[in-house]
Design a protein around this ligand. Structure first.
Ligand code: GLA
Length: 735
């Protein structure tokens, strides 16, 4: 009896041990400061175990037990890539219909591979397959060591007899378990993009998505923050930063389940997008960009800025030029003389590049307003008889570079292109093609249209050897979807094929024109995502140039995207979008916190304003390396209730810093602004100098004095600003 009992005890014990040991593989994806851990389980599932601060030893994870489901004893363990099937109660990352009509998929581990691509990038591929069908799913990670960013994407292929219907193929799934979750999302509309809102997630699903096809970031952004156990703070707390690198329809879902676990799924939108995947064809998802910080969201931004400068932005190591854009100064009404006058003035201002915006093309249907000419990329001979080359050379002779505007994905109904190629226009059978801004969309799922877009770029660049910069616009979304190119059965491929067609055109253009600077514009920030940004040097965050609104828009935008790429232009007052009157200094102080430019008719500036503007351009050139290449520290949020905003940039060696502060409303006579600085070296001494003063007025009592970094960061500084649109810029240099 005793021996039976003993063997029973031993048997139970060894079963226990077995189930512990059956977790065979431990897969770590690590950067210098972050680690993701996955393990394989008894039944060969790949479990998602951890994403957080760097872990050198992950050996305990296989033993981790999850609460068991009552009737079959399996744990509520989250998997790396949940597929629809089995005991399923959440939104799946993968949902497909097999060739025989079976709706479920059961993914198990096949193998994993880790490669050091270079000193900074480690690639890991986790391969899985279905238990019954020849369906293969790989999850690819890239761990950027120094920048502490991990990107991931998924590929699927199969060897079934007929096409698979892929209904849902997420880029990433992230399970988290905490007391509470706070989501910061960025929403907006034309002229009010990237407005920041934070909320506590409750049980159920919160979903952020776009079905616009093009300009998908205009009203909801693919970038977000998730903070655990409290709202996201700049310097404290665990925060995840996520950004889907995709310029098409997307979906981000945040589901708090019955166990209190948050399941985040990100990827292309599944709406009306079933993809018929042929045997041996590969479908690849967009990249999901992740970072994490246990010391607040400030570090999230700094990680993403460093990463994008190196990996998701063209020429991220080069300083951006100060430019004058013709749009708000001339709109469609210009001739050669208008432009050469503007170039003369720009040269006089110390501006480094002139950009000719919309209105320079079209002959049969001249582009004199937004109604006609789009698609006909030939110089309007009446407006510009000596062509673009004359203007570009004129600019270069004055010491400026020259740039030009295009919108190659679009066409006006009144254009030679629309007459010639009606089959290139996105349309839903015989239904009305709904115009937006009087224009239609070209069908980039069609390779002939991709060729046309590439050829347009080539031809425009060829208008002059002196064109250095292209502003690429896209001013509408998709209505009444449909493609004359795609087969009747594959119309649902449009959403994915359009974006892949666009990316393929970008790639071809970049291969041919690696040196050209390209601005990403889409009625403002309608296409602001890392998928498109990687082909561009900078972006236009909003058509709203009103400095007050720009403070909030850029503050939101710069949570993810770096200042060097944030085109920020001084425009006329009263502002053309809002009618608001603001002082020139305020407009410059705001624009100088990004990539400074001007969107103004220079001859409208006179007297003190003129000399201030010239001086401000020179001042910007001095602070530019710190603003464009330094680390961003946010000090006071314009989204707070107090009507202030403040931020600073600190050079990597902490020797120099530039500080900005803005009063956004009237604060009463007694209230004043005070803030502690960040990011400096407490042991260094710094001289603080107020710069960009208008009419010699001074708002910092310590102007020109020397302080310790410790003092500036612990005691802080106070400024005598408080009226609406008062502002200050301080240059902080090691003593
Ligand atoms: C869009 C852009 C503007 C300008 C106009 C020209 O609205 O965002 O900056 O280029 O088009 O039509």
């Amino acid at each position: 009896m005793k021996t039976v009992l003993l063997s029973l005890i031993l048997l139970f014990y060894s079963i226990g041990l077995l189930s512990q040991e059956n977790n065979k593989e431990i897969i770590k994806v690590s950067t210098h400061d972050l680690t993701m851990v996955f393990t394989t389980s008894v039944n060969e599932k790949v479990l998602f175990q951890y994403f957080g601060d760097h872990l050198s030893d992950a050996s305990a994870f296989p033993g981790k037990r999850f609460k068991e489901q009552p009737d079959n004893g399996t744990g509520y363990a989250p998997t790396l890539y949940p597929a629809y099937g089995g005991r399923y109660f959440l939104n799946p990352a993968l949902k497909l219909t097999h060739a025989d009509g079976v709706l479920t998929t059961d993914l198990v581990f096949v193998n994993q591979e880790t490669k050091n691509l270079d000193a900074n990038r480690i690639e890991t591929i986790i391969r899985m397959k279905d238990t019954l069908y020849p369906v293969f799913v790989d999850v690819h990670f890239m761990a950027y060591q120094k920048e502490n960013v991990i990107t991931q994407f998924v590929t699927i292929k199969h060897q079934e007899k007929k096409a698979l219907e892929v209904e849902n193929l997420a880029s990433a799934y992230l399970p988290l378990h905490a007391e509470s979750y706070y989501l910061t999302q960025f929403h907006g509309t034309w002229a009010a993009e990237m407005q920041m809102v934070e909320e506590k997630l409750t049980h159920g699903i919160k979903r952020i998505e776009s079905k616009k096809g093009v300009r998908t970031n205009q009203s909801e952004s693919t970038s977000f923050l998730l903070s655990l156990n409290g709202p996201a703070d700049e310097d404290h707390g665990e925060v995840y930063g996520g950004s889907l690198a995709w310029s098409g329809n997307f979906s981000l879902s945040f589901e708090v389940d019955e166990c209190g676990v948050l399941h985040t799924l990100t990827g292309m939108n599944t709406f009306a997008s079933t993809y018929h995947l042929l045997p041996n064809e590969t479908l690849r998802t967009p990249e999901m960009v992740w970072t994490f910080s246990s010391s607040g969201k400030g570090q999230i931004s700094r990680n993403l800025h460093d990463w994008s400068q190196k990996y998701a932005l063209a020429h991220g190591d080069r300083l951006r030029l100060v430019l004058l854009n013709s749009w708000e100064g001339a709109y469609f009404s210009f001739g050669e003389k208008t432009i050469t006058d503007m170039i003369d003035a720009a040269a006089d201002f110390g501006v480094e590049m002139f950009v000719l915006d919309d209105g320079w093309f079209g002959n049969k249907y001249p582009r004199n307003n937004a109604d006609a000419g789009l698609g006909d990329w030939q110089v309007n001979r009446e407006k510009l008889p000596r062509g673009i080359d004359y203007l570009a050379k004129y600019a270069v002779d004055k010491g400026l570079k020259f740039g030009i505007w295009i919108e190659p994905e679009m066409v006006n109904p009144k254009s030679e292109l629309a007459e010639k190629h009606p089959e290139w226009i996105v349309k839903s059978g015989k239904r009305e093609i709904i115009p937006m801004r009087n224009q239609w969309l070209l069908d980039l799922s069609n390779p002939a249209v991709q060729d046309f877009v590439v050829q347009t770029f080539d031809e425009v660049i060829a208008l002059s050897p002196n064109i250095s910069y292209i502003k690429w616009d896209a001013n509408r979304h998709v209505d009444n979807v449909g493609s004359d190119y795609l087969s009747a059965g594959d119309q649902t491929h449009f959403w994915i094929d359009y974006v892949n067609g666009l990316y393929s055109a970008y790639e071809r253009i970049r291969a041919k024109h690696p040196e050209v600077m390209i601005q990403l514009c889409s009625s403002g920030g309608g296409r602001l995502d890392f998928g498109a940004l990687r082909f561009h040097d900078e972006f236009w965050p909003s058509d709203n140039t009103n400095a007050l609104d720009r403070v909030a828009i850029q503050y939101g935008t710069n949570h993810f995207f770096p200042a060097m790429a944030t085109s920020s232009h001084v425009s006329p007052s009263p502002n053309h979008q809002t009618g608001m009157i603001t002082p020139l200094k305020f407009r410059f102080d705001v624009a100088m916190s990004g990539r400074l430019g001007m969107e103004i008719q220079p001859k409208d500036l006179a007297g003190e304003d003129l000399s201030f503007a010239k001086q401000a351009v020179e001042t910007y050139k001095q602070i530019r390396p710190v603003v464009q290449l330094g680390d961003l520290y946010r000090l006071v949020s314009p989204y707070g209730e107090n009507g202030w905003a403040s931020l600073m940039y600190v050079s990597k060696d902490k020797k120099e810093s530039v500080f900005f502060a803005y009063s956004l409303k009237y604060h009463g006579r007694t209230t004043f602004f005070e803030t502690k600085l960040k990011g400096l070296d407490p042991a260094k001494k710094y001289t603080v100098k107020e710069i960009n003063k208008h009419s010699g007025s001074r708002v910092f009592w310590g102007d020109g004095q020397t302080f310790s970094g410790e003092y500036l960061m612990k005691a802080g500084i106070n400024l005598t600003i408080g009226n609406p649109f008062e502002s200050a810029v301080l240059l902080i240099t090691e003593f």
